[in-house]
Design a protein around this ligand. Structure first.
Ligand SMILES: Cc1ncc(COP(=O)(O)O)c(C=O)c1O
Length: 383
């Protein structure tokens, strides 16, 4: 297995030692016994702070819809799919032909790879960033150009422009970025788009959009589009909407781009339950606002707890936090695992940093209790 594939798999499972199973794309691996089903250690359920999920789940209104969706379980979901496509288009003030649904935004990234990349073509992206696009780009036979983030954990626009060539058919921008939870200023992304070769599609992954906050630094490329047919914006229902387990993401782009991508999508890739849940979630503005507010509170409490211990996490615009432990991340990850807590994987570009998804209050209490019990976290100085 090539290194990047291994590290993508590692990033999505948080390491084999986590004990969290992924059925796909790891089916082959799980047969080897490397990954076990979710497990209980003694009496305690595993505390899962590793995948940037919404620890609270969907809103009550959405949960009700999921329960009642059983009535459509026997039917192929094309009616629900078409209705949801319309609704998302309406929500974003675009045409339905500009929306493509996927089995999670991961499927959208896979579709991009097979629609626009391949042998002799290159993907350019930051390092570290979410590895899904890279994983599928390599699977499609492409070269991947990795450009380190800047010192402020933003995409290095000049560095990316210096590396991109006419064969660079996809640039992947994750904003806010996973794993750093940091923002790349809107003006920098616009500048990058305008200067990349005409042959480059620009994928803007807005998985954490709702958490980004309101500032001149950030604006969604769906809400405030640029007049450029190469831009493909990707969103997910896995984060703020709390539907990671049901799998739904989508792309917004121009009709001819969506039309081409559609050829690579799985037939009936959106199940009836999630199509109905997502429809309810989009309508439930209060539910989304509450989810964002709760995350902001949890994030503030995390930062207070960290700073009380002289830690300085990277400023977070998402539902997770990355922070320097001044200790080999791999060992910190293992030590948390021994205490029944899974945190994000080791990112080689940031060897002493850990990524922690925000969990429920009691889970975060357990996180800090474990932190305080580790011998090397005593008297940690951050300068
Ligand atoms: C930036 C980013 N994009 C995409 C995904 C995949 O999300 P989905 O559940 O929609 O496949 C994730 C998941 O963590 C992510 O962090």
């Amino acid at each position: 297995m090539c290194r990047s594939r291994r590290s993508f798999l590692h990033s999505i499972v948080g390491g084999a030692a986590t004990g969290i199973a992924l059925q796909w794309p790891l089916a082959g691996l799980s047969r080897t016994g490397s990954f076990e089903p979710p497990q209980l250690d003694g009496q305690n359920p595993l505390i899962r702070l590793n995948r940037n999920e919404n620890a609270y789940g969907p809103s009550p209104k959405v949960a009700d819809v999921i329960r009642s969706s059983v009535g459509s379980a026997n039917r192929y979901p094309y009616v629900e799919r078409a209705a949801l496509t319309e609704q998302i288009a309406h929500f974003h003030h675009v045409k339905p032909e500009q929306v493509l649904l996927g089995c999670g935004s991961t499927e959208i990234l896979r579709i991009v790879a097979f629609a626009f990349l391949g042998s002799g073509k290159q993907l350019i992206q930051a390092s570290p960033t979410f590895q899904g696009m890279e994983h599928y780009a390599r699977a499609a036979g492409s070269e991947v150009l990795l450009v380190p983030l800047t010192r402020t954990y933003a995409h290095d626009v000049d560095g990316m422009l210096a590396r991109a060539t006419a064969s660079t058919t996809v640039a992947y921008i994750c904003n806010p970025n996973n794993p750093t939870a940091s923002l790349t200023p809107r003006k920098d992304v616009e500048s990058l788009i305008s200067k990349l070769p005409a042959t480059t599609y620009i994928v803007i992954d807005e998985a954490y959009h709702q958490y980004a906050g309101h500032s001149g630094m950030y604006a969604s490329f769906i809400d405030s589009p640029v007049d450029d047919e190469r831009v493909i914006v990707v969103r997910t229902f896995s984060k703020v909407y709390g539907l990671a387990g049901l799998r739904l993401g989508y792309a917004v782009a121009l009709p001819k781009v969506i039309h081409h991508m559609l050829k690579f999508a799985t037939e009936d890739n959106v199940n009836a339950a999630v199509a109905q849940a997502a429809a309810a979630a989009l309508d439930d503005t209060n539910g989304v606002n509450e989810s964002v507010q709760r995350n902001a509170n949890d994030r503030q409490i995390f930062f207070n707890s960290a700073m009380g211990r002289t830690l300085k996490p990277i400023n977070s615009h998402a539902n997770f936090v990355m922070m320097n432990t001044y200790h080999p991340a791999e060992q910190v990850i293992q030590d948390f695992r021994k205490n029944n807590i899974v945190i994000g994987p080791h990112f080689p570009a940031m060897d002493t940093y850990i990524r922690v998804s925000l969990g429920r209050p009691e889970e975060m209490v357990a996180f800090w209790r474990t932190w305080d019990s580790l011998p090397y976290t005593k008297g940690l100085m951050t300068h």
